[in-house]
Design a protein around this ligand. Structure first.
Ligand SMILES: O=C(O)[C@@H](O)[C@@H](O)[C@H](O)[C@H](O)CO
Ligand SMILES: [Mg+2]
Length: 402
């Protein structure tokens, strides 16, 4: 069996997606996601110019060997571009293998560990009242877990506050828009949001919060401590994690569970955090961290230390990643939660899929493969549009972490 052809499809049904399609000499094809929000064309070129020429003629059944070929063979290891390109190939090859086996992907991974995948949605609002209403809407839709973000008085476009209710989309400008940040104001405001949420809805639902890399370790520890009475499911990206040691300081001071890893690419980025039990949830996902083959390794390492998975699932991760993640989540023994930001209707039409939401959970389908396809004719109707994520500046103009 041979890989006969492969191509990259770029489409923008509301936001940009980069998709790899691998075709075999036996008529079976597989699909993989290679989207990197705001830097899409870099991965498309990496695949078209440097990966596809090597794939032609290879045996698509050799998933592990091809993974190692692309990782070791590049010499330049790791990084978001390389690992997304490898991830796209890996997803497509697992799709092909599962289609050939006539099984849904989770069966190949080891079979079902749970009936459904608990997901969390994004509730946000311009102020506390709006966010409290938004959380209520998610509860009404059946969600068991909800991430809550709110506008902060005096901060321009605080992180996580979108314009739409269900389809919040941060990458929306031809050039990066400038948002504001002020740690003091956020520290004053955020605990009030969670106090109000618990007063209004009680303690039956899981609540989550994303710090989006804004705090220093000491500030993160302070916020984690202030949030303890409200029993969060997790406090995410409380401080930048390039320096994994930084989490020691946070950990020493708070029992609020910590989640990190949506910007990680490999097991090496999370090794120290996991081995030192400095986090509770690892957020690496299929597209970001080298596909199913590598994500499985991260999850196995994490399981030794009682760290559970919490795959990133924002809208910039295409339905192809979501499909793969749901098969992974259905199997992985140390599953924690899955993020689920809904895609627009246009996106769902371009990527027909068999997963569905019911009762606070997502359920992968039983179609052989990962269950997500691409309608290329429809994709062609939505050409690529440059779109950047915002940047953040402090009041005095200094750059900060968005
Ligand atoms: O937790 C999250 O979902 C966020 O941190 C993401 O929305 C993130 O901002 C985007 O994926 C960036 O592309
Ligand atoms: Mg996040």
């Amino acid at each position: 069996m041979k890989i006969q052809a492969a191509k990259v499809v770029i489409t923008c049904p509301g936001r940009n997606f980069v998709t790899l399609k691998i075709e075999t000499d036996q008529g079976v094809y597989g699909i993989g996601d290679a989207t990197m929000n705001g830097r899409e064309l870099a991965v498309a070129s990496y695949l078209e110019d440097h990966v596809i020429p090597c794939l032609i003629g290879m045996d698509p059944r050799r998933i592990e060997d091809i993974w190692q070929y692309l990782y070791r063979g590049a010499y330049w290891r790791r990084g978001p571009v390389t690992m997304r390109a490898i991830a796209a190939v890996d997803m497509a090859l697992w799709d092909i293998k599962a289609k050939m086996a006539g099984m849904p992907l989770y069966q190949l991974l080891g079979g079902r560990s749970r009936d459904g995948v608990m997901v969390y949605g994004h509730a946000n609002g311009a102020d506390i009242e709006e966010t409290v209403d938004a959380v209520g809407k998610y509860i009404d839709m059946g969600y068991k877990a909800i991430r809550a973000q709110t506008g902060v008085p005096g901060i321009k476009d605080a992180y996580g506050v979108g314009r739409g209710v269900l389809h919040y989309e941060p990458a929306d400008a031809q050039l990066p828009s400038v948002s504001g940040w002020d740690t003091r104001k956020a520290l004053n405001h955020t605990p009030k949001l969670f106090e109000k949420l618990r007063d209004t809805y009680g303690f039956d639902h899981h609540l989550l919060h994303d710090g989006h890399h804004r705090y220093t370790p000491q500030e993160a520890a302070n916020l984690g401590k202030m949030l303890e009475p409200f029993q969060l499911f997790w406090f995410e990206d409380c401080t930048p994690a390039e320096n994994q040691e930084a989490f020691k300081l946070v950990r020493q001071h708070t029992t609020t569970p910590l989640a990190v890893g949506e910007v990680f690419n490999t097991i090496w980025d999370c090794k120290d955090l996991i081995e030192n039990q400095l986090i509770d949830y690892i957020r690496t996902t299929v597209v970001g961290a080298g596909g199913i083959t590598h994500l499985r390794r991260i999850a196995d390492l994490a399981s030794l230390y009682q760290v559970r998975t919490g795959c990133h699932g924002a809208t910039d991760l295409s339905p192809v990643t979501m499909g793969c993640a749901l098969h992974f989540d259905t199997w992985v023994p140390n599953f924690g939660i899955q993020e689920y930001m809904r895609h627009s209707e246009e996106t769902d039409e371009v990527f027909p899929h068999d997963y569905h939401f019911a009762d606070g959970h997502l359920h992968c389908g039983e179609t052989p493969g990962h269950g997500v396809d691409i309608d290329e004719a429809l994709a062609a109707k939505y050409p690529y549009k440059p779109a950047y994520l915002p940047v953040a500046r402090l009041e005095d103009g200094s750059m900060w972490n968005w």
